[in-house]
Each structure stands twice: as C-alpha cells, then as structure tokens.
Design a protein around this ligand. Sequence first.
Ligand SMILES: Cc1cc2nc3c(=O)[nH]c(=O)nc-3n(C[C@H](O)[C@H](O)[C@H](O)COP(=O)(O)O)c2cc1C
Length: 207
Amino acid sequence: MKRILGLIICGVLMMAQQVYAQDKIVTEVPLPEPDYQSGRPLMQTLADRHTYREFGPRVINDQNLAELLWAANGVNRPDGKRTIPTARDSRDLDVYVLKQGGAYRYNPDRHMLELVNPAALRYTAAKQDFVKQADVLLVYVSNNKNREYAAMHAGSAYQGVGLYCASVGLNNVVLGMIDKDMLHKELHLNDDDYVIIAQALGWPKKK
Ligand SMILES: Cc1cc2nc3c(=O)[nH]c(=O)nc-3n(C[C@H](O)[C@H](O)[C@H](O)COP(=O)(O)O)c2cc1C
C-alpha cells in the first residue's frame, strides 16, 4: 500500500514538473538579435516618417518585432543602458506587445517576451476601428512618480519605433484613444503602474 501511495505521489510530482516546464516554454519567447545594418539611412527615414492608419494582413515577423522593440527600449550598451534616454537613468518604461498569441511584456535585459495574458487584447484595447487591422499593438507603461518624465520616455520610444517603421516600410500610428483601465487590468499591472499611450503597427495594404 505504501509503495502504491509512493508511486502515485511520484507521478503527481512528475506531472506538476511537466506542466511547470510547459508553462516555462510558452511564457518566455526569445527574440532574434537585431540586424544593426538593416533599414534606410536616418535622413531618408526622417523625411518619410508619418502616421498611417491602414494595414494589410501580412504578419510582422520576429526579426522585425525584435528590431522595433529594441528601437523602443532595447539595451544598446554593455552597462545595460537603453536606446532611449530616461531621467536619472530610471529605465522605468515597460513596453507591452499585444499580438497574435496574446499580450507580452518586452524584457530589454534578456531581449525576450514574457507572456502576461493569452487573450487577444489588441482587438478591444483601442477605441478606433482601423486598429483592428493592425498586426501589433504596443502599449507603453511606467511606474515613474513623475508622470511628465514618463510621458517623455514613452515619446522617445514611440518616435524610435516610428522611425524604425519608416525605415523598413511598416505603417504605424500613435494612439491616445485606448481603454487604459481595461489594459491595466488585463496586463496584470501593479497598482503603481499606469498606461501612458499605445502604438499600432502593421505592414501596408498591397497596392
Ligand atoms: C500623443 C499622441 C496621441 C495620438 N493619438 C491618436 C489617436 O488616438 N488616434 C489617432 O488616429 N491618431 C493619434 N495620434 C496621431 C496624430 O493624429 C498624428 O501624429 C497627427 O495627425 C500628425 O500626423 P503625422 O504623424 O503624420 O505627422 C496621436 C499622436 C500623438 C503624438
């Protein structure tokens, strides 16, 4: 009887470990290294930067996603500092990625995505219909007590992403009209975190 009980306990423990292992696999998504040679020159990119509110069905692949997240808030120096400046080097900005497969937090230090919610939040997060056609929605979040600084940090990030988009031919639009309360809840943010702004991205419609 003791042996059978022991075997049952072992079995349950092994199953639990497997679920934990599976959970680990789906909750962490590594991203490819950015190609630092890609994209068009800065001056051409600046000349081409503008808002587009039309998106085609093409999916943004992991390489482009990795590069635009790195542009938003990636580590660009050995000491861990970022592609955007932050007041007192606070590095308070978090970028959430709402895409097929769920909502993820970008982890700049590990250059990977962490699943926070498997639901398709990008369809309900924005208040304008055209956003439903966008493949990816970025949501900028901070817990900085100085909300002016936090907004500046988000602005630096969405401009970096906007320039990256112009440089590779992606469309993007910055979005103030979003459901911040819903996002706060569904992204499982802490009480002192707040949603600042969002940005919708996608490839253009084929002409
Ligand atoms: C802080 C901010 C909030 C914005 N919010 C929205 C928005 O909710 N919906 C939208 O369609 N465009 C939004 N935009 C895009 C602006 O309408 C757009 O940048 C402006 O019309 C100028 O066009 P341009 O980006 O092509 O220069 C926002 C832009 C910024 C900077």
